[in-house]
Design a protein around this ligand. Structure first.
Ligand code: FAD
Length: 467
């Protein structure tokens, strides 16, 4: 029988938790002589997944849902017994604010890229010149093969600035809270590069590769999943499945030292954990300090992470005089607004809101307006209400509001990200065998991407320990 081995996971966000869950599952299934420990700096598990319940409202401080088509999150929910409870978002018209005017999102847009010509031709979002320029996509040659480029450069070349600034940018930078002209195409939407290389025209490529709409069976299902009591119930369920004694809360891993046989992890409570393998599931910017003796981690100091804040505002339904029939809007940068997006949560996720009430959730903190995140709650709420009243007519104060700041929470995959990460991983493999880097700083920030990375770290660890 192989010797008893210990794997320590650093960070109890959804990545670290998924790693712990799948690791213990493998240990049990294969009777492996391994023990798993998870160390989390804060007093709770879940990291950015945080649900707050108040007066019958379910308020997400972090992510509110995940993409249904990305399977790892659905699989994890099913594994822990939540598969039947997954709920899809309510579908409805979504909007975009361009030059201070609210417009309907043209139908047939996939991440802002047209898949049908007519709705774009008749949309008020673009000038005739902008529409003509976007049409160049049909005739422009494909770009030269290149290892990476910015999303902005790529889409501007194919469609021109107007389509990018009025539609693609507000949608995509909303997901990453980044600047489209800095963001890496290959680390965010490599499929668009592939489409261009294979089909030349992105519109034609999308038309050919997207599943054909089913013959009408009523309303299209929503693209996202959540849970009736919020996403944190996934965290709770996964935690319940972990062996007792796995998790240490309120304790930071301050330093990791490589020893002859494995690692010593120095904890903030003075303890030292010995490990045969380590899964680092904490944000990239913690690594240079934790591994201060290794110069190659210093390049993480140059990897940006932006800040955002969101504000959930709970109203009586009667307070909103001029409501709009839809689920929310995103804001283009040519609009004189500081909010970047607004979700009418009571319509998108009806189970979050008691009958007769309304729940509106807005974001602030575009890359050029990071200081807004440091304003006081009252100042942020004031900004949000003023902006909302430009499109809606809200006649009463919110019953309550919840401001959540996320400082340096959105890791930025800028051009060349994949190559930089590959170089760091190579150094880590050579100098720190048995150390695995995983999580939202690396191969995807979406909840399903993080779960997938946690699972991948498990197979890497098992392979390493079995060698
Ligand atoms: P984290 O959740 O950041 O977890 C890392 C953990 O490591 C933290 O708990 C931290 O306390 C701990 N830690 C740090 N340093 C140490 C240390 N030295 N020792 C021990 N522990 C340490 N994704 C979607 O799919 N859909 C959405 O709707 C969506 N919306 C979002 C909205 C917001 C406001 C934010 C911020 C993100 C959103 N995301 C969304 C992205 C997604 O939520 C995150 O990428 C994901 O939850 C990150 O998980 P993680 O485990 O990698 O990191």
């Amino acid at each position: 029988m192989a010797a008893h081995k210990t794997i320590v996971i650093v960070g109890g966000g959804i990545t670290g938790l998924s790693a712990a869950y799948y690791l213990q599952k493998e240990i049990k299934a294969n009777s492996l002589p391994y023990e798993v420990k998870l160390v989390e700096a804060s007093e709770r598990l879940g990291g950015k997944i945080q649900t707050y319940q108040k007066d019958g409202f379910t308020i997400e401080r972090g992510p509110d849902s995940f993409l249904a088509r990305k399977k790892p999150a659905v699989k994890l929910a099913e594994e822990v017994g939540l598969g039947e409870q997954l709920i899809r978002n309510g579908t409805g018209q979504s909007y975009i604010l361009v030059n201070n005017q609210l417009h309907k999102m043209p139908s047939g847009a996939f991440m802002g890229i047209p898949t049908q010509v007519r709705p774009f031709l008749f949309s008020g979002i673009f000038s005739m010149k902008g529409k003509l320029r976007a049409g160049f996509d049909f005739i422009l040659p494909k770009g030269e093969p290149i290892s990476d480029q910015s999303l902005g450069a790529f889409f501007r070349r194919r469609f021109g600035d107007e389509l990018v600034e009025n539609l693609i940018e507000p949608l995509l930078s909303g997901i990453y809270a980044g600047d489209i002209d800095d963001m890496s195409l290959m680390s965010t939407f490599p499929n668009f590069y592939k489409l261009e290389q294979e089909h030349r025209s992105l519109v034609k490529g999308l038309q050919k590769s997207m599943p054909k709409p089913q013959k009408s069976t009523g309303k299209k299902p929503g693209m996202f999943y959540s849970l009736p009591d919020g996403l944190e119930s996934l965290v709770t369920k996964v935690t319940e499945k972990l062996d007792e004694g796995t998790v240490t809360l309120g304790t930071t891993v301050d330093h990791v030292e490589k020893k002859e046989n494995g690692y010593h992890l120095l904890l903030s409570n003075g303890e030292v954990y010995k490990a045969d393998a380590v899964i680092m599931a904490a944000p990239h910017y913690t690594l240079p300090k934790i591994f201060s003796q290794y110069d190659f981690f210093r390049s993480f100091n140059d990897m940006p992470a932006t800040s955002v804040a969101n504000v959930a505002l709970a109203f009586d339904e009667s307070a909103i005089k001029k409501d709009i029939d839809g689920t929310g809007f995103v804001v283009s940068r040519n609009s004189d607004y500081r909010i970047t997006a607004c979700t009418w949560t009571h319509k998108k996720w009806p189970s979050t809101t008691p009958k007769g009430k309304a729940l509106v959730r807005c974001y602030v903190g575009r890359p050029s307006d990071q200081s807004v995140v440091d304003l006081s709650d009252d100042e942020i709420i004031d900004i949000v209400l003023k902006d909302l009243n430009k499109t809606m007519d809200i006649t009463a104060e919110p019953e309550f509001s919840v401001v959540t700041r996320w400082k340096n929470a959105m890791p930025q995959y800028t051009v060349g990200h994949q190559e930089r990460i590959a170089n760091i991983r190579k150094e880590a493999r050579e100098q720190l065998p048995g150390l695995f880097l995983t999580g939202s700083s690396f191969e995807g920030i979406g909840v399903p991407d993080c779960i997938e990375q946690g699972e991948k770290a498990v197979s890497d660890v098992l392979e390493f320990l079995q060698d």
